[in-house]
Design a protein around this ligand. Sequence first.
Ligand SMILES: Nc1ncnc2c1ncn2[C@@H]1O[C@H](COP(=O)(O)OP(=O)(O)O)[C@@H](O)[C@H]1O
Ligand SMILES: [Mg+2]
Length: 259
Amino acid sequence: MEPIIRVENINKTFSAANGQVEAVKDISFTIEKGDIFGIIGLSGAGKSTLVRCLNLLERPNEGRVYVDGKNLMELSEKELRKERQDIGMIFQHFNLLMQRNVLDNICFPLEIAGIGRKEARKRAYELLETVGLSEKAKAYPAQLSGGQKQRVAIARVLANNPKILLCDEATSALDPQTTKSILTLLKDINHKYGITIVVITHEMAVIQEICSKVAVLDQGRLVEEGTVEELFRAPKTEEAKKLILNGKGLGVEEVDDYV
Ligand SMILES: Nc1ncnc2c1ncn2[C@@H]1O[C@H](COP(=O)(O)OP(=O)(O)O)[C@@H](O)[C@H]1O
Ligand SMILES: [Mg+2]
C-alpha cells in the first residue's frame, strides 16, 4: 500500500540577517496510513519546519512531498488549497478565536466550507461531544483551561474530516496530567476515525505514550528512524541516546557523562 506521506530529499533553507539557515537537510521518510508517527528533537532541530513542509505551509527548496500519492510540489495554489483540507494542524498555543465562543470557534471552518449555520451548529455539537466538552459550548476561550482549549482546537480541526492531523508541540504548554488526557484523546481519534497523526515534540514521554514509529531530528538532519520500541531499547545514534536519557530526567551535564 502506498504510504499516506512520502517525503523525498527535501531541503529547506532560510535567509536570515546573519546568513543562511539550513533548517531541513536532505530528509526522506514515509508514514503509513493510520500510524501515529513521532518526530523528536531538541529545540531548533528543524521539527516545526519539517512538519510545515508536509502541507507546504513552508515550501521546500528541493525535493518531493507526496500526500496520498500526489506530489504537492507540483500542484497549483488552488489544487494545493484543496489537498490542505485533508491535513489538519494543532499547535502549542491553540490558536482559537478569542472573540468567539467555543461553538462558534468550531463552526468557523464549517462556515468557510460553505455549510449552513444550522447544520454547522449540529456538527459542532457532535464534535464537542467527541472531545468531551459539551458543557462548554457557550464559554469563551479565556474561560477555559489549557487542556480544554486544546480540546476545542481538536474539535475544530476535526470539523473538516482531515485524513492527517499534524500536532506541533500540542501538549507542550500543558501539565503532565492534562498532557496524558489529550494524548488519550488523540489515540481515540486515531482509532475511531483512522486519521494518521504526526506528533512533533521535544518530550520523549509523549513519543513513548502515543507513537508507534519515530524519527529523530538533529540540526536539520533525520539521524535515526524506527519503531518506538527499537529506539528505546537500542538507540543507535548519540543524538537518540541523549534524548532518551534526557527524557528520563537527567540534566544535559549528566547525559554527557553517560553517553
Ligand atoms: N522563518 C524563518 N526564518 C529564518 N530562520 C528560521 C525560520 N524558521 C525557522 N528558522 C530556523 O530554522 C531552524 C529550525 O527551526 P524550527 O524548525 O522552528 O525548529 P524546532 O521546531 O525543532 O524547534 C532554527 O535555527 C530556526 O531559527
Ligand atoms: Mg518547533
